[in-house]
Design a protein around this ligand. Structure first.
Ligand code: CAA
Length: 261
């Protein structure tokens, strides 16, 4: 299934229940221009509301996941323009997607590209992936979560060093630091991400959504609040048909047939 109305992303359906969104501005290494972000948001929203989809994979090319916000678009912008128009605020729409998002990162994931990956729920990297927040070299700072999410994920000293120097880091470091959960040869990366997305998509949809919500909330609130929220979501899943089906299938020693209800 190809949805051709997007000009800067290619949407496909590589496995049942999985939407693959490939960023597609090869000439600018997938620089995240405003049109691309609008396409990406629309593609994600469409997958999020499509009942046949259970998980979303975002990828780029083997050379670049995304080389950052579009510097050619930003070069002449004034403070008034970016402030009044809440420039890049719409990047946060990824946060409102309820279904799990996997980022499959080959090549450069710099600046906004790194930040886009950090907005995903799971990151897989290709062996040659290059991550970094080089904004400081352009006279700016990360603007789509780099100073916040990266710091929470890899710790203050490392994040500070990367953000203040603009130095990049590779897949091995990303794995050592827990930023990515697995590293694969570049040509296998997207298939591996699709496999994991398929596995997620085969699980009970409401439970998957609740699990994502609980983990993400826990990163923002105190432990007691997080635990309470988790328990309430856990309780609420007893109202679903899939809980009855999942437990009955276990007792009957057969595979569960989940309905997403
Ligand atoms: N914006 C716009 N165009 C970009 C771009 C970007 N972020 N990154 C690369 N391109 C363009 C280049 O201008 C070039 O276009 P032309 O052919 O028209 O000159 C084309 O993509 C290929 O790039 P290079 O020739 O530079 O390729 P390379 O292999 O020599 O280098 C690179 C690759 C190291 C990724 C280099 O392109 C680079 O450093 N890119 C910029 C990275 C960056 O600074 N990102 C942060 C952006 S700011 C940001 O993201 C703000 C935020 O937090 C939201």
């Amino acid at each position: 299934r190809h949805v051709s109305r997007y000009s800067t992303v290619v949407v496909s359906n590589p496995a049942p229940g999985v939407t693959l969104v490939s960023l597609n501005r090869p000439k600018s290494l997938n620089a995240l221009s405003t049109p691309l972000i609008l396409d990406l948001n629309a593609a994600m929203k469409e997958a999020d509301t499509d009942p046949s989809v259970g998980a979303i994979v975002i990828t780029g090319s083997e050379k670049a996941f995304a080389a950052g916000a579009d510097i050619k678009e930003m070069q002449h912008k004034s403070f008034a323009e970016v402030y009044e128009n809440s420039f890049i605020e719409n990047w946060s729409e990824a946060k409102t997607v309820k279904k799990p998002i996997l980022a499959a990162v080959n090549g450069y994931a710099l600046g906004g590209g790194c930040e886009l990956a950090l907005m995903a729920d799971i990151i897989y990297a290709g062996e040659k992936a290059v991550f970094g927040q080089p904004e400081i070299k352009l006279g700016i700072i990360p603007g789509a979560g780099g100073t916040q999410r990266l710091t929470r994920l890899i710790g203050k000293s490392r994040a500070m060093e990367l953000i203040l120097t603009g130095k990049t880091f590779g897949a091995k470091e990303a794995l050592d630091w827990g930023l990515v959960s697995a590293v694969f040869p570049p040509e296998k990366l997207v298939d591996e991400a699709v496999k994991t997305a398929s596995l997620i998509a085969s699980n009970a949809r409401l439970a998957v959504q609740a699990a994502k919500e609980a983990v993400n909330l826990g990163l923002q609130v105190g432990l007691d609040q997080g635990l309470l929220y988790e328990r309430r979501l856990f309780h609420s899943l007893f109202a679903t048909e899939d809980q009855k089906e999942g437990m009955t299938a276990f007792i009957e020693k057969r595979a569960a047939k989940f309905k997403g209800k």
